[in-house]
Ligand binder design. Structure first.
Ligand code: HEC
Ligand code: HEC
Ligand code: HEC
Ligand code: HEC
Ligand code: HEC
Ligand code: HEC
Length: 497
């Protein structure tokens, strides 16, 4: 029988290559059709269909010419000659037809495959699930954030070929780091190659858009026996009081087109800010504010001067790891942890203040700690309220799992949140009334500059403000005037003060 293809094709390497390519190609098509029809399949299917199988197929295809090359080299007469394609011989005609036809199909398939691979490599599943151990903290926090429906890539990659290429190149390194287990735990921030906030965030929230004030109701529980509930209702001034004044007042004044606020920070996490410069872009007026440890004007050149953008306040828009004091307050308010159990707030603060090596050890410590405490200190409650105690244990454990990730060493204290000033210095990094200009102007910490308090106090005897007359802050426990004289973070660090 005469061969249908050039003789050189009939060798082990080429034929094995052809078989590999044919099988993987059929597998890709079948799997792609099945996952499309079923509209199911998880991240691993994507990884196999669009990344691993095509790689194997290309390997098979490359084997074909390699085998043919070695086969040709075997015969003496062909040494040093290029192959001749003679379309008059049926084998060569067949081979050329297969080659052209195959290339056309492959090009078409790889256009679709490439598109799918691109989408897949940008998908939240790829980012959040494939590296699940590494990205678990980010993915978990993300799913309960305001941005749960905004793709990871929308903030971390964005559009445009340059950021795409940058992301894929650093991405390749990251894949290597995960496989070789050399990545850092926790992942350090600020992220050096994050696309600038002004490009990312402003696709959806542009600075000229006016946001009016927002109302917040914060529910707190004290660490006393009764877990006394203490409410605070605030109106946070995001924009001005009247929309006509738009960004000229309120928190978003910093990003108004007429404002430029720059600063120097002396630590990696941008928590120490000894120098601030405000430029009024309309009048050209410049004010420099020096903090406590001011910077010698001659050495300004040694520091990076950063222009304030969204990220200097909203640095945790989608991965907010809350401190225990906050997430237990929330769990108590939701009822996941029962405020009827005496001392549950202070007990959980104590348990969550420990640093646990693994999630499992934390789960066990929470369970044992709570059981032990009630069986020893409140025997009758331990006997009568078994269900409530059990439910609260699960509530604390779930809240822990949403916010603390021992395996990745992710905790609130490693990722400070710059909005506010309660557990992290945040706004008070500058607004501490110690940053002063030569003319004696300070960056104010007037309690009514950024928000007004509308109501505060124990839920059953709330002190309520008259319209237009904000209340003076009342600290829930008596600490004299300390809250005026020191930063809240001098006592509040996310656990019990
Ligand atoms: C709304 C925008 C946004 C979205 C959506 C988003 N991120 Fe982030 N991400 C950020 C910002 C901002 C930071 C903090 C950057 C900094 O401090 O330098 C960050 C930080 C991170 C970090 C560094 C570690 C950390 O916890 O700070 C990782 C890892 C990360 N994101 C992964 C993801 C993954 C995975 C997804 C999707 C499941 C995602 N991000 C979705 C904005 C976003
Ligand atoms: C692809 C669009 C998109 C991008 C990009 C985006 N956001 Fe958002 N953002 C949203 C949506 C949608 C919401 C939810 C709006 C709502 O709940 O009414 C939101 C809500 C918010 C909120 C309100 C949070 C809350 O708890 O209600 C803040 C603050 C915010 N975004 C900041 C940012 C910052 C900072 C960035 C850049 C790192 C960013 N966003 C990037 C779409 C986006
Ligand atoms: C000086 C700090 C600061 C800067 C800079 C800043 N914001 Fe805000 N922003 C706030 C505060 C404070 C709030 C009130 C919400 C809160 O307390 O969580 C807020 C609220 C928001 C909201 C929610 C509004 C609503 O009605 O719920 C969005 C969206 C937002 N900011 C986007 C941005 C974007 C985008 C940028 C950058 C262009 C930016 N912010 C820069 C402080 C800031
Ligand atoms: C890098 C330093 C810096 C940080 C951080 C900072 N601010 Fe400011 N802020 C300034 C400066 C400078 C001014 C102008 C002070 C002046 O000259 O009156 C200002 C002014 C303001 C004003 C008054 C605007 C007006 O004229 O009505 C508000 C409100 C405000 N900041 C809110 C905030 C909030 C809320 C945060 C935290 C989420 C914050 N700031 C964080 C530097 C900062
Ligand atoms: C530079 C702006 C600014 C100044 C000045 C300021 N605050 Fe705040 N404060 C904020 C912001 C922003 C939040 C909201 C944080 C958030 O979104 O969770 C906040 C939140 C609070 C809360 C609620 C905390 C919680 O989680 O329940 C209290 C209470 C509070 N501030 C008290 C004060 C007192 C008292 C002063 C004066 C000593 C003061 N603030 C000065 C910006 C400011
Ligand atoms: C001198 C230390 C100290 C300073 C400064 C301080 N606090 Fe407190 N704070 C306490 C103590 C002690 C408690 C009682 C702890 C408890 O019962 O959980 C407390 C409790 C609270 C609570 C209720 C409990 C909770 O954690 O939910 C709020 C709200 C609060 N403080 C707000 C503030 C604010 C806002 C500031 C800054 C303006 C501030 N505190 C400054 C010591 C301090």
């Amino acid at each position: 029988m005469k061969n249908k293809l050039p003789d050189s094709f009939y060798n082990l390497i080429s034929m094995a290559g052809a078989v590999i390519a044919a099988i993987t190609f059929s597998l890709i098509i079948i799997l792609a059709i099945v996952t499309t029809i079923l509209d199911r399949g998880n991240a691993y299917f994507g990884l196999i269909i669009y990344m691993i199988l095509p790689g194997v197929m290309i390997f098979g295809l490359i084997l074909i010419p390699i085998g043919m090359y070695f086969e040709k080299k075997k015969s003496e007469e062909n040494k040093g000659k290029l192959p001749i394609i003679n379309l008059n011989t049926p084998q060569h005609r067949n081979a050329t037809a297969i080659f052209l036809f195959g290339t056309a199909i492959l090009l078409f398939a790889s256009a679709i495959g490439g598109y799918e691979a691109f989408h897949f490599s940008e998908s939240d599943q790829f980012c959040g699930e494939i590296c699940h151990e590494v990205m678990k903290p980010e993915y978990t926090a993300y799913q309960t954030s305001a941005h749960a429906r905004v793709g990871c890539a929308e903030c971390h990659v964005g559009s445009g070929a340059d950021w795409f290429v940058k992301a894929k190149i650093t991405g390749l390194y990251q894949v290597y780091a995960v496989m070789a287990n050399t990545y850092e735990r926790p992942i350090p921030t600020p992220i050096k190659n994050l696309r600038p906030a002004r490009e990312t965030c402003e696709q959806c929230h542009w600075p000229e858009k006016f946001y009016s004030s927002t109302m917040r109701k914060e529910i707190h529980y004290l660490s006393d026996e009764k877990n006394t509930r203490w409410d605070i209702n605030l109106t946070v001034k995001v924009g001005a009081e009247s929309s006509a004044k738009s960004l000229s007042e309120g928190s978003h004044w910093h990003i108004s087109p007429n404002t430029k606020v720059e600063y120097i920070s002396t630590d990696e996490k941008r928590q120490e800010i000894p120098w601030v410069r405000y430029t009024n872009l309309e009048t050209g007026e410049i004010t420099v504010y020096d903090g406590d440890d001011s910077i010698d004007p001659d050495s300004l050149g040694n520091y990076e001067i950063r222009t304030m953008d969204c990220m200097d306040c909203h640095n945790r828009p989608s991965h907010n790891y809350r401190p225990p004091a906050v997430f237990i307050n929330e769990a108590l308010a939701r009822g996941d942890v029962s405020p009827e159990l005496p001392e549950i707030k202070s007990l959980t603060m104590e348990l969550l203040g420990e640093e646990y090596p693994t999630t499992d050890s934390a789960m066990a410590a929470i369970r044992n700690g709570i059981l032990e405490f009630y069986s020893e200190d409140y025997e009758d409650i331990f006997e009568e309220q078994k269900e409530l105690i059990e439910k609260s244990i699960v509530g604390v454990q779930n809240a822990f799992n949403q916010n603390i990730f021992p395996e990745m060493k992710v905790r609130w204290d490693y990722y400070p949140n710059n909005i506010g000033h309660f557990e992290f210095d945040g706004c008070f990094r500058c607004h501490d009334s110690y940053h002063e200009s030569e003319e004696g102007k300070v960056i104010s910490n007037d309690c009514n500059q950024c928000h007004v308090i509308n109501a505060q106090g124990p839920a059953d005897s709330l002190q309520v403000a008259k319209f237009g007359e904000p209340l003076e802050f009342r600290h829930p426990v008596d600490i004299d005037e300390m809250w005026k004289e020191s930063l809240c973070t001098d006592c509040h660090t996310g656990l019990n003060p």
